[in-house]
Write a protein of this length. Structure first.
Lengths: 71, 428
């Protein structure tokens, strides 16, 4: 498990890479599953997943659009 | 025939800047504007490095009072809503550049032109230039006003006529298309367009599509300007009207559909072809080309008004320096002015090429926290065309990374897929 203070995570905190939270590929998979379970928005394409899971902000934007358009 | 110190052709932002600064310095100035203001014009977003000129013209406070939308930054996203890059000007720029304005041009241009008149310039509306004579020591202009022909002469002429480039064409100045394809823009004003929360509601949003891009410019509490830019070639292939192309594009891109879900159009669709050009030189002994008249480049980075303001200031300064010694512009001064203007457009041309290059754009959109590169890119986005050395080398590193990205992936690849919610097409 990651040891990160949730307070330190901002909208534009990178999820991957040394300057960010440093998530790995297993975390990615868990995130994709968690996002689908929580919001009903499946991310099907691995390339898209990388793009969407860049920061909390990019996830929020994408999920918001998907939900709005499903209505 | 009335005589002036300087005649300015065109009353848009470049014309009123040149006229305002020259009148402020005590010159007798005539502005010939072919339309009756207020009038619609495209180019509704400023960038911060034009702020200095607005302050010099004493219009900054007027803009604040007039209720123009404060613009604290610029954001870039993709049609499929996957990917986001935000530039908050205040985060790394001097407080003078922390914010600028979104401007409905009908109001903005009128305010600037009135300001020039208040400073003493003679401003004529609906005055159409029919002939120009440019001599070694003086210039003369023939124009039509209210059905009658008039003439005026002066020692200087400033061409602020926009892409018509009245003087540039009269002097047969050669021009180049800078290797850019022709593009077409379709745009209109809407109300009830999705807005960001908080101060970022004033941001410009650029949505990059696979074959073009859209702008969202919040003009006031109600109105948002929305436009689509694509190459003329790709538009013609679709075989539809500009309006249909706009509407189809909205439907096919999640991000656009989301933003315009509740939107109502106010006013007509406008269409404009964007023909990039730049004159090889921008000044002669008694004349200067300013703003779009010197050259027009793709509006993706909202550079138009900023270049108009700064080139017009440079032109006004050149005139005042030469006038103080009662002489025309020397060859060296003409070349220096041309270099100055070309540098302004050149910085943006590099950015524009970066934006349209898929791999370079990936670097632009990607995280690059090393070497303080984001601060350098921020300066570019804000319109800093005269970079200090510490910014300049970072800009070179940034463009080098853009080039490397073609061969080695250093920033995440961007996909434009996953865009639509259309049912799969059924092929019988």
């Amino acid at each position: 498990m990651l040891k990160v203070d949730p307070e330190s995570i901002q909208e534009d905190t990178p999820l991957f890479g040394p300057s960010g939270l440093g998530l790995d590929s297993l975390d990615t998979l868990q995130l994709v599953v968690a996002i689908e379970a929580a919001f009903g928005t499946p991310i099907k394409d691995p390339e898209m997943a990388k793009q969407i899971l860049r920061t909390p902000g990019t996830i929020r934007q994408w999920v918001e659009r998907q939900q709005e358009m499903e209505e | 025939m009335e005589t002036f110190d300087t005649i300015v052709i065109g009353g848009g932002p470049s014309g009123s800047t040149a006229a305002g600064l020259l009148a402020q310095a005590g010159q007798k100035v005539l502005v010939l504007e072919k339309e009756n203001f207020p009038r619609f014009h495209i180019g509704e977003s400023l960038i911060p490095f034009g702020n200095d000129v607005l302050r010099e013209l004493d219009v900054w406070n007027k803009l604040e009072r007039a209720g123009f939308m404060p613009k604290p930054g610029a954001e870039f996203t993709l049609g499929n809503a996957a990917g986001f890059q935000h530039f908050a000007f205040g985060s790394s720029l001097d407080s003078r550049y922390a914010q600028t304005f979104q401007v409905e041009r009908a109001k903005f241009d009128e305010l600037l032109l009135k300001n020039a008149a208040e400073k003493g310039a003679t401003v004529l509306h609906a005055a159409k230039v029919s002939a120009i004579r440019i001599g070694v020591h003086d210039v003369a202009v023939t124009y039509l006003l209210a059905g009658a022909t008039h003439e005026a002469s002066a020692r200087w002429i400033v061409d602020a006529s926009g892409r018509n480039s009245v003087v540039g064409n009269a002097m047969k100045v050669p021009k180049s298309d800078l290797g850019m394809p022709k593009r077409i823009a379709v745009f209109a004003h809407f109300k009830n367009v999705h807005r960001n929360e908080g101060v970022t509601a004033g941001n410009i949003t650029i949505v990059r599509l696979e074959n073009g891009w859209c702008w969202f410019i919040p003009l006031d509490d109600e109105k948002t300007s929305v436009g689509l830019v694509q190459t003329l070639g790709s538009f013609k292939q679709q075989g539809v009207t500009p309006q249909e192309s706009f509407e189809n594009t909205i439907q096919n891109n999640v991000e656009l559909k989301f933003r315009l879900k509740r939107a109502e159009r106010v006013g007509e669709y406008h269409t404009e072809s964007d023909y990039t050009f730049r004159h090889h030189y921008a000044a002669g002994p008694r004349w200067l080309l300013v703003g779009d008249s010197a050259g027009f480049i793709d509006p993706i980075f909202s550079s138009g008004v900023m270049v108009a303001l700064r080139s017009s200031r440079a032109a006004a300064m050149a005139i005042l320096r030469a006038e103080a010694q009662n002489r025309p512009l020397s060859g060296g001064e003409q070349r220096a002015y041309t270099r100055d203007v070309k540098k302004m457009t050149g910085v943006f041309l590099d950015m524009i090429r970066m934006f349209y290059d898929r791999h370079a754009f990936e670097v632009f959109m990607g995280p690059s926290p090393m070497l303080d590169l984001p601060r350098a890119v921020m300066n570019l986005v804000a319109g800093n065309t005269h970079l200090s050395w510490s910014l300049q080398w970072r800009v070179w590193v940034f463009y080098t990374l853009c080039w490397v990205q073609r061969y080695v992936q250093i920033a995440p690849r961007l996909s434009f897929e996953g865009n639509t919610h259309r049912e799969p097409e059924i092929h019988p």
